[in-house]
Design a protein around this ligand. Structure first.
Ligand SMILES: Cc1cc2nc3c(=O)[nH]c(=O)nc-3n(C[C@H](O)[C@H](O)[C@H](O)COP(=O)(O)OP(=O)(O)OC[C@H]3O[C@@H](n4cnc5c(N)ncnc54)[C@H](O)[C@@H]3O)c2cc1C
Ligand code: FES
Length: 498
């Protein structure tokens, strides 16, 4: 299935060249999402030498596949921060996030196609979750937000059975257009950006990374890769979820501008958007854990839900992206033993990514902002080593998904039709096999090279996804995203096909 977000489909391409040489720089930023690009811009503006390497295209990770909403609160509620850390921390979180939105607004002044606009956030819930809404109103007030209430949401959104929580003064934008403009500004300020330059090896002690066509040696390395590459303790702490997005064309007045969050067993996030001169309704939902769900069913359920409220619509864009949640509702930002990392943003990372870039730029300048302590990635303070904790985490996840995977094993290679995938046994080895629509057969090891979990087929994006820490691979085994650096091992099955 063709999956491309409405943002990526309608923004102008960036077109930075692939890295083709060996470079030495002051700071190397790996990852061209909102975290990496914002950081590269800030560092270049400080006059520092900075190189950014992006595996694919700027924005091709979560940023260009997000919903483009900017809010000072958190998608899963500020109440968890209040109950775990108290009022003062909730205030700090809201203040830091509001400042990041202000930063984005300022940068958007010269970028009309970023379509930045202030708008309210409206949150309402099914009857069984009315208590949650009350708690959230209290938590937001404790966090210093001015909260209002309404009794209804605009039609044709799912009607509100109780009070609607309204947070005025939030914002939304076209995330890919914003990111592309930041990237161009970073290049103008002196940063070197390279697309299609996947980092394949990281020597964090020698401070050198290698791509297929060059290498970079740096005094500091920042892993702005959404989840850090390689083995990091934070992987054991972060559940990984995938979520779906769809867009369909609508009349200009389909809904007033707003962030609409319907909290229910089948939750839904809705917004309108103007992109490429057309008006769209964007619906996002059907979140599930990576690697243990039928992806096609998730996307279909989202389309059915959107139709229930908006009527029969021709969906123009479909996409999907994943998020990594911090265990205590806060992200992990700052220096760990392997360099700088920025992760655990849940589905709030356009703002957290901006917070992270601003914070790391300060830390690299030798400052220690107070917020850095709160989100310090080493706050887990392990008694055991990272590898032991991660191995336990792998065992737990493997047990959880065992039955699901077993159901799909033991298929015959010869029975694999075009477009089908299966786990097959060849010479005593379990292989993840996929036959492309043109008949070409791909067979790869089904063992994730990150830490040994078994991968599972994602039918929407034709990829093998790992349920443990979210690594994803193309049918030929190459890495798409996640902490794995190396591919699933390819097996050539000439003579065995059939
Ligand atoms: C469906 C969905 C909707 C969302 N909506 C919102 C929203 O409305 N508001 C909000 O605030 N947040 C939202 N989020 C969360 C937000 O999109 C992310 O948290 C944020 O974009 C993360 O930015 P990032 O720069 O850290 O990562 P990314 O944008 O994922 O960028 C990381 C980049 O690193 C690159 N990379 C990875 N490995 C390598 C390598 N080896 N070498 C070189 N480059 C590499 C990737 O290709 C990628 O481009 C949403 C998330 C999802 C899943
Ligand atoms: S084992 Fe960690 S991502 Fe697969």
């Amino acid at each position: 299935m063709d999956t491309l977000s409405v943002w990526r489909a309608t923004a102008a391409p960036t077109g930075f060249a692939m890295l083709g040489e060996d470079l030495t720089t002051d700071v190397l930023v790996i990852g061209g999402g909102i975290t990496g690009v914002t950081l590269a811009l800030l560092l270049a503006e400080q006059g520092r030498q900075v190189v950014l390497l992006e595996a694919d295209e700027i924005g091709s990770g979560a940023t260009g596949n997000s919903t483009g909403n900017l809010y000072a609160t958190l998608g899963n509620g500020l109440q968890q921060v209040v109950s775990s850390f108290g009022q003062e921390t909730a205030r700090q979180v809201v203040a830091e996030r509001a400042a990041a939105i202000g930063f984005i607004e300022e940068r958007c002044r010269l970028v009309p196609d970023a379509s930045f606009q202030r708008c309210p956030l409206m949150l309402w819930a099914q009857p069984s979750q009315q208590d949650w809404i009350e708690k959230e109103v209290n938590a937001l007030r404790m966090g210093g937000c001015s909260v209002e209430r309404a009794s209804a949401v605009p039609a044709p959104l799912p009607p509100a059975p109780g009070d609607v929580l309204v947070l005025p003064g939030q914002a939304q934008l076209q995330p890919q257009a914003y990111l592309a403009a930041l990237a161009r500004a970073a290049a103008l300020a002196g940063a070197r950006l390279h697309e299609h330059s996947r980092v394949l090896e990281i020597d964090s002690k020698g401070k050198r990374v290698v791509t297929a066509s060059g290498s970079v040696r740096a005094s500091e390395i920042v892993l702005a890769t959404h989840t850090p590459k390689g083995v990091h303790l934070v992987h054991a702490e972060m559940p990984v979820h995938r979520e779906y997005g769809i867009a369909f064309e609508a009349s200009a007045l389909a809904l007033p501008a707003g962030i609409y969050w319907w909290r229910a067993s089948e939750g839904l996030s809705v917004r309108t958007a103007q992109a490429g001169g057309r008006h769209y309704v964007v619906c996002v939902g059907q979140e599930h854990k990576v690697g243990i769900h039928n992806a096609k069913a998730g996307l279909l359920a989202l389309e059915t839900l959107a139709q229930k409220h908006f009527g029969e619509q021709a969906v123009t864009h479909r996409w999907s992206a994943q998020n990594y949640r911090g265990a205590d509702a806060l992200p992990y930002i700052g220096r760990n033993s392997n360099g700088f990392i920025a992760t655990g943003f849940a589905a709030d990372g356009l703002v957290w990514g901006t917070v992270a870039a601003r914070l790391i730029a300060e830390q690299l300048a030798g400052n220690s902002p107070a917020f850095g302590e709160l989100v310090d990635p080493t706050r887990l303070n392990p008694v055991k080593g990272a590898r032991n904790i991660l191995q336990e985490n792998v065992t737990v996840v493997t047990q959880l998904v065992k039955d699901y995977l077993t159901d799909r094993q033991g298929e015959k290679l010869s029975a694999l039709a075009a477009g089908d995938s299966a786990i097959v046994e060849v010479d005593g080895e379990s292989l993840a096999a996929y036959r492309a629509p043109d008949g070409e057969l791909f067979a790869v090891s089904n063992v994730c090279p990150h830490m040994g979990c078994k991968v599972h087929w994602n039918s929407v994006e034709t990829s093998w996804d790992c349920p443990c820490h979210g690594s994803r691979f193309r049918p030929d085994g190459t890495v798409i995203e996640g902490p794995a650096l190396s591919p699933l091992k390819r097996r050539h099955l000439s003579g065995l096909d059939g």
